[in-house]
Ligand binder design. Structure first.
Ligand code: COA
Ligand code: MG
Length: 328
C-alpha cells in the first residue's frame, strides 16, 4: 500500500479528502490549482505569550497577530507550570480567540511537565502543539502518536522548534516525519547558547544554519518561522531583521512583544507593488490566446505558468488580509 507524501496529504486534508481514498487524483488537481482565501494560512506574526503572565494573556484577544504561541516551556518557572496550565484552561473557556491560529508550546515529553501539558492540549484542542528543542524524528512521532491514540482531530497540527545544533543538522529528516507537522520555528537564543555564536547585526555566521532550516522545511511543504528578536525597544534593528528574514524565505517571525506585531505583519505580508504585478500576470494568462501557452512575454519579461501559481497565491494572501481587516 503506497502512502502520499506528508506535504501532499496536508494539502488534501484542507479539502476534506483523506489520503488513500479513491478521490485522491481529483484531490491532487484541486490542491494544486484551487488557492482561495479560505485556504490561506497567514503566519506573518507569531506572538509568544508566557502562560504564567495573566496580564499578557488578557491582552491577546485585542492583538492583531496571525498566531499566538501560549508558552508553557522556557518562559514559565518550574514551580509555576501547573498554575500556567490553569490560566490557559480558564482563558480558552472564557475568551473568544477565533480569527488567529492558536498554538500551545509544551515542555519536552521526557520532563515531568510534558505529559501534563499534553493533557491540556487534548482538552483544549488548539490548532497546533509546538514541541521545543526537537532533535530527532522520534520526538515528533511520539507527540503524533499521543494525539492519534487519544483520537485528536486530524487537523490538530504539530509545530517543531529547531533550536539546537542537532536540530539544525537533522532538520531535513525531521521535516518529513509526520503529516501533522506543519511548521518549523527557529530558535536562536538556544542555538547561540549551544554554539557560542554571539548576537551580531546581520546574523552573519548564523545565516547558513537558518537557510538550512528554511530549505529542510520547504522541501516538505512546511512553513518556517524566523527566530525571536530580544531587543524589543530597538525598532530599527527589528525592521532590518524582519526584512532579512523575509528575504531568506521565512513565512513569518516569532515575536515576544506586542510592539513587534505591526512591523512583522508589514514585512511578511504581500508588498502592494508585488500584488499589482501578480494581478497583471493572472490577467495575462486568463487571455484566450494564452490558454495553451506555458510561457508568455509580458512587457518584455518572460513569465511562466509557475509564476502564475505564485501570483495566485500572493493575491489570495492579500485578499485574506484585506478580509480580516474588514471584519476586525
Ligand atoms: N504578549 C502579550 N502581552 C504582552 C507581551 C506578550 N508577549 N509582552 C508584553 N505584553 C504586555 C505587557 O503585559 C504590558 O501590558 P500592560 O501595559 O497592561 O501592563 C504591555 O504589553 C507592555 O509591556 P512592557 O512593559 O513593555 O514589557 P514587560 O516588562 O511587561 O514585558 C517581556 C517584557 C520581555 C518580559 C515580555 O514581553 C515577555 O514576557 N515576552 C514573551 C517572552 C516569551 O514568550 N519567551 C519565550 C519565547 S522566546
Ligand atoms: Mg528555546
Amino acid at each position: 500500500m503506497w502512502a502520499l507524501p506528508p506535504f501532499l496529504a496536508r494539502g488534501l486534508r484542507c479539502h476534506g479528502i483523506v489520503a488513500g481514498s479513491k478521490d485522491w487524483h481529483k484531490a491532487v488537481m484541486i490542491a494544486s490549482t484551487d488557492i482561495n482565501s479560505s485556504t490561506v494560512r497567514l503566519r506573518r506574526s507569531v506572538l509568544s505569550v508566557p502562560a504564567g503572565n495573566v496580564r499578557a494573556l488578557e491582552k491577546v484577544p485585542g492583538l492583531d497577530c496571525d498566531a499566538v504561541i501560549f508558552d508553557l516551556e522556557d518562559s514559565v518557572a518550574p514551580e509555576k507550570k501547573a498554575e500556567a496550565r490553569d490560566n490557559l484552561r480558564r482563558l480558552f473557556k472564557e475568551k473568544p480567540l477565533q480569527g488567529r491560529e492558536i498554538i500551545i508550546r509544551i515542555n519536552p515529553l521526557e520532563t515531568d511537565f510534558g505529559r501534563s501539558d499534553m493533557e491540556l492540549v487534548l482538552e483544549a484542542s488548539p490548532d497546533a502543539v509546538l514541541i521545543p528543542k526537537v532533535e530527532r524524528i522520534s520526538e515528533v512521532q511520539a507527540v503524533a502518536d499521543m494525539l492519534s491514540d487519544a483520537g485528536a482531530q486530524d487537523n490538530l497540527a504539530i509545530w517543531a522548534m529547531i533550536e539546537t545544533p542537532k536540530g539544525i543538522l537533522n532538520a531535513a529528516a525531521i521535516a518529513g516525519t509526520d503529516e501533522r507537522l506543519q511548521c518549523f520555528v527557529v530558535g536562536l537564543n538556544d542555538l547561540r547558547k549551544e554554539t557560542g555564536v554571539p548576537p551580531q547585526p546581520g546574523r552573519t555566521y548564523l545565516v547558513p544554519w537558518l537557510m538550512q532550516a528554511v530549505l529542510a522545511g520547504r522541501a516538505h511543504g512546511l512553513d518556517v518561522i524566523d527566530s525571536v528578536f530580544n531587543d524589543f525597544k530597538d525598532a530599527e534593528a527589528f525592521d532590518a531583521e524582519c526584512a532579512q528574514g523575509r528575504a531568506m524565505g521565512f513565512s513569518g517571525k516569532m515575536l515576544i512583544h506586542p510592539v513587534q506585531i505591526e512591523p512583522a505583519n508589514r514585512h511578511f505580508g504581500p508588498d502592494p507593488q508585488a500584488v499589482k504585478e501578480a494581478e497583471t500576470v493572472i490577467a495575462a494568462f486568463a487571455k484566450p490566446e494564452a490558454e495553451h501557452l506555458n510561457v508568455i512575454n509580458l512587457n518584455g519579461k518572460m513569465v511562466e505558468r509557475l509564476h502564475l501559481a505564485e501570483a495566485e497565491k500572493l493575491v489570495a494572501r492579500a485578499r485574506t488580509i484585506a478580509e480580516r481587516k474588514k471584519t476586525s
